[in-house]
Design a protein around this ligand. Structure first.
Ligand code: ZN
Length: 296
């Protein structure tokens, strides 16, 4: 099964919308991190929003990093996205025990915490990245993104994000939408839209009824003549490689590297994003030390 995001406009381009089905990539992240239900709910919601925000980037080379730190037991959430909508991400404590608001409804907000902020770093190929920060509202993620858009980008947005975990802990459904209004929206359309958004079921409820992305688009924005502009396939992809870890090892310095080589006889580095292990044996470490010496 593929992860799909559609991009659409409605009400003569005064509304823009993205609708995402990310069930598969959230399941992939759950397995990679062996994440508990509440941890994958928080990570999956953040991944879905980051994937959509990646598609909003204007150039192929642009990237963004989303960091959410609410100071709750889950610890920080970090998700990196690119302009193709592909993401990679992790949470600090993926095995955190789940708590529920009511049976079946995970208390994401409590475990993420709300005494912190959401920070979004956009690498737009300039000398300095663009950094936007906004205080967390609830730690429930969707509201926190909506507040970020309003505060940091002056862009009123409706954000819905959901991850439904099955009895066997696999992901039954995951997805979301981001709807943004343009400055030229009429008062009448705006009030109808607000009305519509306040009477919606959760995104995963719609998905478990069998609705596809376009069905959800029509369900939410059907009154406003929505037009689908694009359709994207997105995924959880990690781009880590041994080369990158070589540079990390070199950066710790000759003395420490020598010590690791002599005491441990090798080094194993684990990628935070995908948990892949990269192993360097004694010879390889010796070669890196040689590189440091040669560059002096
Ligand atoms: Zn990796």
């Amino acid at each position: 099964m593929k992860n799909t995001i559609i991009r659409a406009t409605a009400a003569e381009s005064s509304i823009r919308a993205f609708v995402a089905n990310t069930t598969n990539m959230v399941e992939k992240a759950r397995k990679l991190h062996n994440a508990s239900p509440v941890a994958i709910a928080a990570l999956g919601r953040t991944m879905t929003a980051t994937s959509i925000m990646g598609l909003m980037l204007k150039s192929e080379k642009h990237k963004l990093t989303v960091k959410i730190n609410g100071k709750g037991p889950l610890g920080s959430i970090v998700v990196v996205g690119n302009s193709l909508g592909n993401v990679k991400g992790y949470v600090a404590n993926p095995q955190v025990a789940s708590e529920f608001i009511i049976p079946g409804k995970l208390n994401v907000g409590k475990l993420v915490g709300k005494n912190g902020e959401i920070t979004i770093i956009k690498d737009l190929g300039l000398k300095d990245p663009y950094v936007g920060t906004s205080p967390l509202v609830s730690g429930e993620i969707a509201e926190d993104f909506a507040n970020y858009f309003l505060n940091s980008e002056q862009q009123p947005s409706a954000v819905a994000l959901g991850v439904l975990v099955d009895r066997d802990y696999s992901i039954k459904a995951a997805g979301g939408f981001i709807i943004q209004i343009m400055p030229d929206i009429s008062e009448e359309v705006l009030s109808q839209l607000e009305d519509r958004l306040s009477n919606l079921e959760s995104i995963t409820t719609l998905m478990t009824k069998g609705m596809q992305e376009e069905d959800i688009l029509n369900h939410v924005l059907g009154h406003f003549n929505p037009q689908i502009l694009d359709r994207y396939e997105v995924d959880f992809l990690c781009d880590c490689n041994k080369n990158r870890f070589e540079r990390a090892l070199i950066s710790i310095g000759r003395k420490d590297l020598q010590e690791i080589m002599e005491e441990d006889g090798g080094a194993e580095l684990v990628c935070h994003f995908c948990n892949k292990k990269h192993y360097f044996d004694k010879e390889e470490l010796q070669k890196l030390i040689g590189e440091i010496d040669n560059n002096k």
